[in-house]
Design a protein around this ligand. Structure first.
Ligand code: ADP
Ligand code: MG
Ligand code: ZN
Length: 482
Protein backbone atom coordinates (compact mmCIF):
# COMPACT_ATOMS: atom_id res chain seq x y z
CA UNK A 1 0.00 0.00 0.00
CA UNK A 2 1.30 3.46 -0.82
CA UNK A 3 0.52 6.27 1.57
CA UNK A 4 -0.90 9.42 0.03
CA UNK A 5 1.00 12.60 0.77
CA UNK A 6 -1.20 15.56 1.66
CA UNK A 7 -0.57 19.25 1.08
CA UNK A 8 -2.05 22.04 3.25
CA UNK A 9 -3.98 24.83 1.47
CA UNK A 10 -4.45 28.00 3.48
CA UNK A 11 -6.29 31.25 2.75
CA UNK A 12 -6.39 34.11 5.25
CA UNK A 13 -8.96 36.82 5.88
CA UNK A 14 -7.77 39.77 7.95
CA UNK A 15 -9.90 42.45 9.58
CA UNK A 16 -7.76 45.53 9.99
CA UNK A 17 -9.08 48.51 11.87
CA UNK A 18 -8.51 51.78 10.01
CA UNK A 19 -6.90 54.40 12.26
CA UNK A 20 -9.47 57.14 11.83
CA UNK A 21 -10.37 59.56 14.60
CA UNK A 22 -14.09 58.89 14.21
CA UNK A 23 -16.28 55.93 13.22
CA UNK A 24 -17.08 55.09 9.60
CA UNK A 25 -20.74 56.16 9.43
CA UNK A 26 -21.08 58.60 12.37
CA UNK A 27 -18.94 61.07 14.29
CA UNK A 28 -18.41 59.05 17.46
CA UNK A 29 -14.75 58.61 18.50
CA UNK A 30 -13.25 55.38 17.16
CA UNK A 31 -10.72 55.12 20.00
CA UNK A 32 -10.28 52.01 22.13
CA UNK A 33 -10.52 51.71 25.91
CA UNK A 34 -13.27 54.17 26.94
CA UNK A 35 -15.95 53.29 29.51
CA UNK A 36 -18.57 50.99 27.92
CA UNK A 37 -21.26 52.61 25.76
CA UNK A 38 -19.85 56.13 25.96
CA UNK A 39 -18.84 56.34 22.26
CA UNK A 40 -22.32 55.86 20.84
CA UNK A 41 -25.03 57.80 19.01
CA UNK A 42 -28.35 56.98 17.28
CA UNK A 43 -26.51 55.84 14.11
CA UNK A 44 -24.09 53.34 15.66
CA UNK A 45 -26.75 52.21 18.14
CA UNK A 46 -28.88 51.33 15.11
CA UNK A 47 -31.86 53.41 16.23
CA UNK A 48 -34.68 53.57 13.67
CA UNK A 49 -34.45 56.51 11.29
CA UNK A 50 -30.77 57.31 11.94
CA UNK A 51 -28.82 57.51 8.68
CA UNK A 52 -25.17 56.67 7.95
CA UNK A 53 -22.81 59.24 6.42
CA UNK A 54 -19.52 57.90 5.04
CA UNK A 55 -16.24 59.05 6.68
CA UNK A 56 -13.94 60.37 3.92
CA UNK A 57 -10.80 59.69 5.95
CA UNK A 58 -11.76 56.01 6.20
CA UNK A 59 -12.05 55.87 2.39
CA UNK A 60 -8.65 57.54 1.96
CA UNK A 61 -7.06 55.03 4.35
CA UNK A 62 -8.74 52.07 2.63
CA UNK A 63 -7.38 53.33 -0.71
CA UNK A 64 -3.88 53.72 0.81
CA UNK A 65 -4.03 50.13 2.03
CA UNK A 66 -5.37 48.87 -1.31
CA UNK A 67 -2.57 50.61 -3.23
CA UNK A 68 0.06 49.33 -0.78
CA UNK A 69 -1.19 45.82 -1.58
CA UNK A 70 -1.02 46.40 -5.31
CA UNK A 71 -4.81 46.33 -5.72
CA UNK A 72 -6.89 47.89 -8.43
CA UNK A 73 -9.11 50.53 -6.86
CA UNK A 74 -12.65 50.62 -8.18
CA UNK A 75 -13.78 54.06 -9.28
CA UNK A 76 -17.31 53.03 -8.36
CA UNK A 77 -17.88 50.65 -5.45
CA UNK A 78 -20.91 49.93 -3.38
CA UNK A 79 -21.91 49.13 0.18
CA UNK A 80 -24.12 46.17 0.99
CA UNK A 81 -26.07 44.88 3.96
CA UNK A 82 -24.94 41.60 5.45
CA UNK A 83 -27.91 40.42 7.51
CA UNK A 84 -27.55 38.36 10.66
CA UNK A 85 -28.76 38.42 14.24
CA UNK A 86 -26.40 38.79 17.16
CA UNK A 87 -26.67 40.90 20.32
CA UNK A 88 -23.58 42.98 19.41
CA UNK A 89 -25.25 44.07 16.15
CA UNK A 90 -28.29 46.16 17.05
CA UNK A 91 -29.28 47.01 13.45
CA UNK A 92 -29.58 43.32 12.54
CA UNK A 93 -27.18 43.88 9.65
CA UNK A 94 -23.60 44.94 9.11
CA UNK A 95 -22.79 47.50 6.42
CA UNK A 96 -20.09 45.87 4.32
CA UNK A 97 -19.23 45.57 0.63
CA UNK A 98 -20.14 42.53 -1.41
CA UNK A 99 -20.07 42.31 -5.19
CA UNK A 100 -18.44 45.71 -5.80
CA UNK A 101 -15.59 45.99 -3.27
CA UNK A 102 -13.30 49.03 -3.19
CA UNK A 103 -10.02 47.13 -3.80
CA UNK A 104 -9.38 44.00 -5.88
CA UNK A 105 -6.62 41.82 -7.31
CA UNK A 106 -3.61 42.70 -5.21
CA UNK A 107 -0.68 40.68 -3.93
CA UNK A 108 1.81 40.50 -1.10
CA UNK A 109 5.42 39.32 -1.26
CA UNK A 110 6.19 36.84 1.49
CA UNK A 111 9.90 36.20 2.22
CA UNK A 112 10.74 32.52 2.65
CA UNK A 113 13.31 31.09 5.08
CA UNK A 114 15.73 30.40 2.18
CA UNK A 115 15.76 34.10 1.20
CA UNK A 116 13.46 33.68 -1.80
CA UNK A 117 10.11 35.42 -2.04
CA UNK A 118 6.65 33.97 -2.76
CA UNK A 119 3.78 36.07 -3.94
CA UNK A 120 0.41 35.52 -2.28
CA UNK A 121 -2.49 36.95 -4.28
CA UNK A 122 -5.11 39.10 -2.62
CA UNK A 123 -8.67 38.67 -3.91
CA UNK A 124 -10.14 41.83 -2.50
CA UNK A 125 -10.08 44.37 0.30
CA UNK A 126 -13.40 45.87 1.22
CA UNK A 127 -14.66 48.42 3.73
CA UNK A 128 -17.06 47.52 6.49
CA UNK A 129 -18.10 48.49 9.99
CA UNK A 130 -17.10 46.62 13.13
CA UNK A 131 -19.71 45.19 15.51
CA UNK A 132 -19.92 45.81 19.26
CA UNK A 133 -18.55 43.50 21.90
CA UNK A 134 -20.38 41.03 24.13
CA UNK A 135 -18.96 40.77 27.63
CA UNK A 136 -19.68 37.52 29.39
CA UNK A 137 -19.37 36.54 33.02
CA UNK A 138 -19.69 39.93 34.76
CA UNK A 139 -22.23 38.14 36.97
CA UNK A 140 -23.67 34.61 36.66
CA UNK A 141 -26.10 34.16 33.80
CA UNK A 142 -25.66 37.73 32.58
CA UNK A 143 -23.95 39.00 29.44
CA UNK A 144 -23.41 42.68 28.72
CA UNK A 145 -23.00 44.50 25.42
CA UNK A 146 -20.55 47.34 24.78
CA UNK A 147 -21.26 49.23 21.55
CA UNK A 148 -18.21 51.53 21.59
CA UNK A 149 -16.67 49.44 18.81
CA UNK A 150 -19.86 49.30 16.72
CA UNK A 151 -19.25 51.32 13.56
CA UNK A 152 -15.45 51.47 13.82
CA UNK A 153 -14.04 51.28 10.25
CA UNK A 154 -12.52 48.00 9.14
CA UNK A 155 -10.82 46.87 6.00
CA UNK A 156 -11.34 43.16 5.36
CA UNK A 157 -8.46 41.80 3.31
CA UNK A 158 -9.22 38.46 1.68
CA UNK A 159 -6.27 36.43 0.45
CA UNK A 160 -6.36 33.68 -2.17
CA UNK A 161 -5.71 30.16 -0.89
CA UNK A 162 -2.08 30.44 -2.05
CA UNK A 163 -0.41 29.67 1.29
CA UNK A 164 1.08 26.21 1.80
CA UNK A 165 2.28 26.03 5.40
CA UNK A 166 1.50 27.33 8.88
CA UNK A 167 4.79 29.22 9.10
CA UNK A 168 4.15 30.85 5.73
CA UNK A 169 0.74 31.95 7.02
CA UNK A 170 2.38 33.61 10.03
CA UNK A 171 4.93 35.32 7.77
CA UNK A 172 2.16 36.56 5.45
CA UNK A 173 0.44 38.13 8.46
CA UNK A 174 3.66 39.80 9.64
CA UNK A 175 4.17 41.24 6.15
CA UNK A 176 0.56 42.40 5.86
CA UNK A 177 0.65 44.05 9.26
CA UNK A 178 3.93 45.75 8.37
CA UNK A 179 2.57 47.05 5.05
CA UNK A 180 -0.49 48.53 6.76
CA UNK A 181 1.63 50.11 9.50
CA UNK A 182 4.07 51.56 6.95
CA UNK A 183 1.24 53.39 5.16
CA UNK A 184 -0.14 54.47 8.54
CA UNK A 185 -3.65 53.02 8.24
CA UNK A 186 -3.54 50.37 10.96
CA UNK A 187 -1.86 50.49 14.36
CA UNK A 188 -0.85 46.80 14.21
CA UNK A 189 -1.97 46.18 17.78
CA UNK A 190 -3.10 42.55 17.88
CA UNK A 191 -3.85 42.58 21.57
CA UNK A 192 -6.28 45.47 21.25
CA UNK A 193 -7.91 43.62 18.33
CA UNK A 194 -7.01 46.13 15.63
CA UNK A 195 -5.61 43.33 13.43
CA UNK A 196 -7.61 40.10 13.52
CA UNK A 197 -7.24 37.01 11.42
CA UNK A 198 -9.50 34.17 10.28
CA UNK A 199 -7.60 31.22 8.83
CA UNK A 200 -9.20 28.90 6.25
CA UNK A 201 -7.50 25.53 6.15
CA UNK A 202 -7.91 22.49 3.91
CA UNK A 203 -5.73 19.63 2.72
CA UNK A 204 -5.49 17.80 -0.60
CA UNK A 205 -3.43 14.97 -2.03
CA UNK A 206 -0.21 16.50 -3.36
CA UNK A 207 -0.50 17.10 -7.10
CA UNK A 208 -4.28 17.45 -7.15
CA UNK A 209 -5.70 20.65 -8.67
CA UNK A 210 -8.98 20.96 -6.80
CA UNK A 211 -9.26 22.04 -3.20
CA UNK A 212 -10.56 20.03 -0.27
CA UNK A 213 -13.28 21.13 2.15
CA UNK A 214 -12.09 23.94 4.38
CA UNK A 215 -12.37 24.67 8.06
CA UNK A 216 -12.40 28.30 9.16
CA UNK A 217 -10.53 29.15 12.36
CA UNK A 218 -11.92 32.41 13.76
CA UNK A 219 -10.24 35.41 15.33
CA UNK A 220 -6.84 34.19 16.37
CA UNK A 221 -5.13 37.13 18.03
CA UNK A 222 -1.43 36.32 17.87
CA UNK A 223 0.86 35.20 15.06
CA UNK A 224 2.18 32.39 17.24
CA UNK A 225 -1.35 31.10 17.90
CA UNK A 226 -2.25 31.30 14.19
CA UNK A 227 0.71 29.12 13.40
CA UNK A 228 -0.09 26.62 16.17
CA UNK A 229 -3.80 26.53 15.24
CA UNK A 230 -3.06 25.86 11.55
CA UNK A 231 -0.44 23.24 12.38
CA UNK A 232 -2.95 21.45 14.61
CA UNK A 233 -5.80 21.70 12.09
CA UNK A 234 -3.65 20.44 9.19
CA UNK A 235 -2.49 17.43 11.20
CA UNK A 236 -6.06 16.76 12.31
CA UNK A 237 -7.42 16.90 8.74
CA UNK A 238 -4.67 14.66 7.39
CA UNK A 239 -5.35 12.13 10.15
CA UNK A 240 -9.10 12.31 9.39
CA UNK A 241 -8.87 11.76 5.64
CA UNK A 242 -6.07 9.19 5.98
CA UNK A 243 -8.39 7.16 8.20
CA UNK A 244 -11.08 7.29 5.51
CA UNK A 245 -13.04 10.12 7.17
CA UNK A 246 -14.37 13.37 5.74
CA UNK A 247 -13.56 16.97 6.70
CA UNK A 248 -16.70 18.93 7.56
CA UNK A 249 -17.06 22.58 6.68
CA UNK A 250 -17.23 24.16 10.12
CA UNK A 251 -16.05 27.20 12.00
CA UNK A 252 -13.60 26.55 14.84
CA UNK A 253 -11.71 28.45 17.53
CA UNK A 254 -8.20 27.86 18.85
CA UNK A 255 -7.94 26.85 22.50
CA UNK A 256 -4.38 27.51 23.54
CA UNK A 257 -4.78 25.85 26.94
CA UNK A 258 -5.95 22.57 25.42
CA UNK A 259 -3.65 23.11 22.42
CA UNK A 260 -6.38 22.26 19.90
CA UNK A 261 -9.12 23.72 17.71
CA UNK A 262 -12.72 23.25 18.85
CA UNK A 263 -15.86 23.42 16.70
CA UNK A 264 -17.80 26.63 17.23
CA UNK A 265 -20.63 26.22 14.71
CA UNK A 266 -21.55 25.00 11.29
CA UNK A 267 -20.16 27.38 8.69
CA UNK A 268 -22.74 29.71 7.19
CA UNK A 269 -22.71 30.26 3.42
CA UNK A 270 -23.03 33.71 1.85
CA UNK A 271 -26.64 32.90 0.89
CA UNK A 272 -27.51 32.86 4.59
CA UNK A 273 -26.64 36.56 4.84
CA UNK A 274 -29.16 37.79 2.22
CA UNK A 275 -26.77 40.45 0.97
CA UNK A 276 -28.39 43.38 -0.81
CA UNK A 277 -27.21 46.87 -1.79
CA UNK A 278 -27.29 49.34 1.13
CA UNK A 279 -30.21 51.68 0.36
CA UNK A 280 -29.09 54.38 2.80
CA UNK A 281 -25.76 55.05 1.06
CA UNK A 282 -25.11 56.10 -2.53
CA UNK A 283 -22.43 54.25 -4.53
CA UNK A 284 -18.91 55.35 -3.59
CA UNK A 285 -17.50 57.17 -6.62
CA UNK A 286 -13.81 58.18 -6.71
CA UNK A 287 -11.82 60.09 -9.31
CA UNK A 288 -8.58 58.81 -10.84
CA UNK A 289 -6.98 62.06 -9.66
CA UNK A 290 -7.87 61.25 -6.08
CA UNK A 291 -6.43 57.75 -6.37
CA UNK A 292 -3.23 58.93 -8.06
CA UNK A 293 -2.86 61.60 -5.39
CA UNK A 294 -3.03 58.94 -2.70
CA UNK A 295 -0.55 56.77 -4.62
CA UNK A 296 1.92 59.64 -4.84
CA UNK A 297 1.76 60.13 -1.07
CA UNK A 298 2.74 56.55 -0.18
CA UNK A 299 6.11 55.94 1.52
CA UNK A 300 8.51 53.20 0.38
CA UNK A 301 7.00 49.83 1.32
CA UNK A 302 8.72 46.95 3.13
CA UNK A 303 9.46 44.93 -0.04
CA UNK A 304 11.16 47.90 -1.74
CA UNK A 305 13.08 48.73 1.44
CA UNK A 306 14.27 45.12 1.81
CA UNK A 307 15.55 45.13 -1.76
CA UNK A 308 17.37 48.44 -1.26
CA UNK A 309 18.94 47.41 2.05
CA UNK A 310 20.37 44.29 0.45
CA UNK A 311 21.45 45.79 -2.89
CA UNK A 312 22.69 49.21 -1.78
CA UNK A 313 23.58 48.84 1.88
CA UNK A 314 24.95 45.30 1.82
CA UNK A 315 22.62 43.87 4.46
CA UNK A 316 21.75 40.17 4.68
CA UNK A 317 18.23 39.08 3.65
CA UNK A 318 17.60 38.11 7.27
CA UNK A 319 18.54 41.51 8.72
CA UNK A 320 16.60 43.33 5.99
CA UNK A 321 13.52 41.28 6.83
CA UNK A 322 13.70 41.94 10.58
CA UNK A 323 14.21 45.68 10.09
CA UNK A 324 11.26 46.05 7.70
CA UNK A 325 8.80 44.31 9.99
CA UNK A 326 8.10 47.63 11.70
CA UNK A 327 8.20 51.19 10.36
CA UNK A 328 9.82 52.45 13.55
CA UNK A 329 12.70 49.95 13.30
CA UNK A 330 13.12 50.79 9.64
CA UNK A 331 13.16 54.55 10.22
CA UNK A 332 15.55 54.15 13.14
CA UNK A 333 17.89 51.96 11.12
CA UNK A 334 17.92 54.33 8.15
CA UNK A 335 18.62 57.36 10.34
CA UNK A 336 21.42 55.58 12.25
CA UNK A 337 23.01 54.23 9.06
CA UNK A 338 22.89 57.67 7.44
CA UNK A 339 24.31 59.41 10.52
CA UNK A 340 27.16 56.98 11.15
CA UNK A 341 27.87 55.85 7.59
CA UNK A 342 28.04 52.23 8.72
CA UNK A 343 24.85 50.44 7.63
CA UNK A 344 26.04 46.96 8.53
CA UNK A 345 26.95 47.91 12.07
CA UNK A 346 23.66 49.80 12.41
CA UNK A 347 21.77 46.71 11.16
CA UNK A 348 23.63 44.49 13.59
CA UNK A 349 22.68 46.62 16.58
CA UNK A 350 19.10 47.16 15.41
CA UNK A 351 18.48 43.44 14.80
CA UNK A 352 19.92 42.40 18.13
CA UNK A 353 20.11 44.78 21.10
CA UNK A 354 17.56 47.33 19.90
CA UNK A 355 15.06 44.77 18.61
CA UNK A 356 15.21 42.86 21.90
CA UNK A 357 14.17 45.93 23.87
CA UNK A 358 11.47 46.88 21.38
CA UNK A 359 8.23 45.44 22.68
CA UNK A 360 6.23 45.95 19.53
CA UNK A 361 2.61 46.38 20.44
CA UNK A 362 2.12 48.18 17.15
CA UNK A 363 2.61 51.74 15.95
CA UNK A 364 2.59 53.08 19.53
CA UNK A 365 5.70 51.09 20.43
CA UNK A 366 8.70 53.12 21.55
CA UNK A 367 12.32 52.35 20.78
CA UNK A 368 14.63 51.71 23.73
CA UNK A 369 17.26 54.24 22.52
CA UNK A 370 17.57 57.28 20.28
CA UNK A 371 19.68 57.69 17.16
CA UNK A 372 21.76 60.28 19.07
CA UNK A 373 22.54 57.82 21.86
CA UNK A 374 23.54 55.09 19.41
CA UNK A 375 25.66 57.45 17.32
CA UNK A 376 27.44 58.44 20.57
CA UNK A 377 28.11 54.78 21.34
CA UNK A 378 29.44 54.10 17.83
CA UNK A 379 31.82 57.07 18.16
CA UNK A 380 33.42 55.50 21.24
CA UNK A 381 33.79 52.21 19.37
CA UNK A 382 35.44 54.06 16.49
CA UNK A 383 37.97 55.90 18.63
CA UNK A 384 38.86 52.72 20.52
CA UNK A 385 37.50 53.86 23.88
CA UNK A 386 35.23 50.83 23.90
CA UNK A 387 35.71 47.20 22.93
CA UNK A 388 32.74 45.30 21.48
CA UNK A 389 32.19 43.67 24.85
CA UNK A 390 32.24 46.95 26.77
CA UNK A 391 29.92 48.53 24.20
CA UNK A 392 27.29 45.93 25.04
CA UNK A 393 27.58 46.79 28.72
CA UNK A 394 27.29 50.49 27.96
CA UNK A 395 24.22 49.74 25.83
CA UNK A 396 22.56 47.87 28.70
CA UNK A 397 22.72 51.05 30.77
CA UNK A 398 21.86 53.31 27.83
CA UNK A 399 18.57 51.63 26.92
CA UNK A 400 15.45 53.19 28.41
CA UNK A 401 17.36 56.17 29.85
CA UNK A 402 18.21 59.67 28.71
CA UNK A 403 21.95 59.12 29.36
CA UNK A 404 24.69 59.41 26.80
CA UNK A 405 27.29 56.72 26.15
CA UNK A 406 29.97 59.14 27.38
CA UNK A 407 28.20 59.71 30.70
CA UNK A 408 27.95 55.97 31.25
CA UNK A 409 31.60 55.36 30.35
CA UNK A 410 32.66 58.15 32.70
CA UNK A 411 30.44 56.96 35.55
CA UNK A 412 31.75 53.38 35.39
CA UNK A 413 35.34 54.16 34.48
CA UNK A 414 34.85 51.87 31.51
CA UNK A 415 37.52 53.11 29.18
CA UNK A 416 39.57 50.48 27.43
CA UNK A 417 43.18 50.64 28.63
CA UNK A 418 45.39 51.00 25.57
CA UNK A 419 48.39 52.45 27.36
CA UNK A 420 51.13 49.84 26.86
CA UNK A 421 52.97 50.97 30.02
CA UNK A 422 49.94 50.37 32.24
CA UNK A 423 49.27 47.01 30.63
CA UNK A 424 52.92 46.00 31.01
CA UNK A 425 52.81 46.85 34.72
CA UNK A 426 49.77 44.60 35.15
CA UNK A 427 51.49 41.81 33.20
CA UNK A 428 54.60 42.00 35.36
CA UNK A 429 52.51 41.73 38.52
CA UNK A 430 50.87 38.60 37.14
CA UNK A 431 54.17 36.99 36.10
CA UNK A 432 55.73 37.77 39.50
CA UNK A 433 52.82 36.17 41.28
CA UNK A 434 52.96 33.04 39.09
CA UNK A 435 56.61 32.09 38.97
CA UNK A 436 55.89 28.35 38.75
CA UNK A 437 53.56 28.71 35.75
CA UNK A 438 56.06 31.04 34.10
CA UNK A 439 58.78 28.43 34.43
CA UNK A 440 56.45 25.78 32.99
CA UNK A 441 55.59 28.07 30.09
CA UNK A 442 59.21 28.72 29.32
CA UNK A 443 59.87 24.98 29.52
CA UNK A 444 57.43 24.51 26.64
CA UNK A 445 53.87 24.60 28.02
CA UNK A 446 52.83 27.32 25.57
CA UNK A 447 49.15 26.66 26.30
CA UNK A 448 49.60 28.63 29.53
CA UNK A 449 49.56 31.88 27.53
CA UNK A 450 45.77 31.95 27.79
CA UNK A 451 45.97 31.56 31.56
CA UNK A 452 48.26 34.59 31.90
CA UNK A 453 46.04 36.62 29.61
CA UNK A 454 43.02 35.79 31.74
CA UNK A 455 44.84 36.82 34.91
CA UNK A 456 45.81 40.20 33.42
CA UNK A 457 42.22 40.76 32.29
CA UNK A 458 41.02 40.05 35.84
CA UNK A 459 43.52 42.51 37.22
CA UNK A 460 42.38 45.23 34.76
CA UNK A 461 38.67 44.64 35.21
CA UNK A 462 38.42 43.33 31.63
CA UNK A 463 39.49 46.68 30.24
CA UNK A 464 42.91 45.90 28.76
CA UNK A 465 42.92 46.39 24.99
CA UNK A 466 43.26 42.81 23.67
CA UNK A 467 45.72 43.67 20.86
CA UNK A 468 48.09 45.66 23.07
CA UNK A 469 47.84 43.00 25.77
CA UNK A 470 48.76 40.21 23.33
CA UNK A 471 51.83 42.03 22.12
CA UNK A 472 53.08 43.08 25.55
CA UNK A 473 52.39 39.73 27.22
CA UNK A 474 54.00 37.64 24.49
CA UNK A 475 57.14 39.74 24.64
CA UNK A 476 57.38 39.34 28.43
CA UNK A 477 56.60 35.59 28.44
CA UNK A 478 59.16 34.84 25.79
CA UNK A 479 61.74 36.87 27.67
CA UNK A 480 62.17 39.20 24.73
CA UNK A 481 61.83 41.93 27.26
CA UNK A 482 63.34 41.86 30.75
P1 ADP B 1 -16.39 33.22 2.96
O1 ADP B 1 -16.91 34.52 2.51
O2 ADP B 1 -17.42 32.22 3.28
O3 ADP B 1 -15.45 33.35 4.12
P2 ADP B 1 -14.70 32.91 0.50
O4 ADP B 1 -14.97 31.96 -0.60
O5 ADP B 1 -14.79 34.35 0.19
O6 ADP B 1 -15.62 32.51 1.73
O7 ADP B 1 -13.26 32.57 1.02
C1 ADP B 1 -12.76 33.12 2.14
C2 ADP B 1 -11.33 32.69 2.39
O8 ADP B 1 -11.22 31.29 2.35
C3 ADP B 1 -10.33 33.22 1.40
O9 ADP B 1 -9.26 33.77 2.14
C4 ADP B 1 -9.88 32.01 0.61
O10 ADP B 1 -8.52 32.11 0.27
C5 ADP B 1 -10.10 30.89 1.58
N1 ADP B 1 -10.41 29.60 0.96
C6 ADP B 1 -11.40 29.34 0.08
N2 ADP B 1 -11.40 28.02 -0.21
C7 ADP B 1 -10.42 27.43 0.51
C8 ADP B 1 -9.94 26.10 0.65
N3 ADP B 1 -10.50 25.08 0.01
N4 ADP B 1 -8.91 25.87 1.47
C9 ADP B 1 -8.37 26.88 2.17
N5 ADP B 1 -8.76 28.15 2.08
C10 ADP B 1 -9.79 28.44 1.26
MG1 MG C 1 -15.02 34.40 5.85
ZN1 ZN D 1 -22.06 56.84 16.60
Amino acid sequence: MTTIEYEPVIGLEVHAQLRTRTKVFCRCPASFGAAPNTHVCPTCLGLPGALPALNGEAVRMAVRAGLALGCTIRLRSRFARKNYFYPDLPKGYQISQYDEPLCENGSLDVPQPDGSVRTVRIQRAHMEEDAGKNLHGASPGVSLVDLNRAGVPLLEIVGHPDIRSASEAAEYLRQLRAALMFVGVNDGNLEAGSFRCDANVSVRPRGRETFGTRVEIKNVNSFRFVQKAIEWEVAHQIATVSAGGRVEQVTKTWDDVEGRCNVLRKKEGSDDYRYFPEPDLPPLVLSSDFIEGVRASLPALPAARRARYVAELGLTDGDAKVITEHPKLSEFFEALAARTGDAKRAANWVCNAVKTGFASDGLDATLPVTVDQMAGLFARLDDGTLSGKLAKEVYAQLAHTADTADAIIERNGWKVVTDAGAIEAACREVLDANARQLAAYRAGKKGLAGYFKGEVMKRTGGRADPKVLDAVLTALLDGAKE
